[in-house]
Design a protein around this ligand. Structure first.
Ligand code: DC
Length: 220
């Protein structure tokens, strides 16, 4: 049986942390699909493309060789792991990822990645709804706005990017509203997803719950 764990939710909800821990526990590889959208966005910015132009962005996506493995993102042979987390890409990624044509290309690559790896933990915004509607376990993580802004702010400081927490919160709100409000594959919990509020939860208890669900589905 191929095990696919879908982990969706807004930024700062704890997806990456939970995905990595669940993957380690179950011995599965993990795919960060946000990194793929970020890599295409970087390629579009580098090419000086008009980001609103779906056809151009799709052409760039098709031509870009992207690999996301073990936390390292490569774009056309270049390690862009750090660059894709910078403010330019973060400010533009919602526009590029809203294009249906771009999504079709990346969704096909995400499915191929899971087929190649024989399963995996996949994190994103539309994994349980669109990419893997038959996933073994679907989780949708949420957390309060303040807590998510605090976590993202911590990431920014750790990456030596000085920015005020209010600024992080405003950017996060804008991006989440855009990701949830877009026409194509909006961010939302699948009807059969377990919704977990991580505001006051430690990572271990979330991981324990997801792993238990995966093991019981596997046993069935
Ligand atoms: O998870 P992240 O913050 O790195 O994702 C970056 C952006 O990519 C996010 O604002 C929306 C988009 N995204 C998406 O549309 N679908 C996904 N499956 C993953 C990310």
């Amino acid at each position: 049986m191929t095990i696919v764990i879908a982990i969706d939710g807004p930024s700062g909800s704890g997806k990456s942390t939970v995905a990595r821990a669940v993957a380690a526990e179950l011995g599965l590889p993990v795919l960060d699909t946000g990194a793929m959208y970020r890599a295409v966005t970087l390629a579009a910015l580098d090419a000086g493309a008009t980001l609103d132009d779906a056809t151009t962005c799709a052409t760039i996506a098709r031509a870009s060789e992207i690999s996301v493995e073990d936390g390292v993102t490569m774009l056309d042979g270049r390690d862009v792991s750090r660059e894709i987390r910078g403010p330019l890409v973060t400010g533009a990624v919602s526009i590029v990822s809203a294009h249906r044509e771009v999504r079709e290309i990346l969704v096909a690559r995400q499915r191929a990645w899971v087929a190649r790896h024989g399963g995996g933990v996949v994190e994103g915004r539309d994994i349980g709804t669109v990419v893997f509607p038959d996933a073994t376990v679907k989780v949708f993580l949420v957390a309060s706005e303040d807590e998510r802004a605090r976590r993202r702010h911590r990431d920014e400081i750790a990456a030596a990017r000085a920015v005020a927490v209010e600024e992080v919160k405003a950017a996060l709100d804008r991006r989440d509203a855009f990701d949830a409000g877009r026409v194509v594959s909006p961010m939302r919990a699948a009807d059969d997803a377990i919704v977990i509020d991580t505001t006051n939860l430690d990572v271990d208890s979330v991981v324990t719950e997801v792993v238990a669900r995966a093991r019981s589905s596997e046993a069935r």
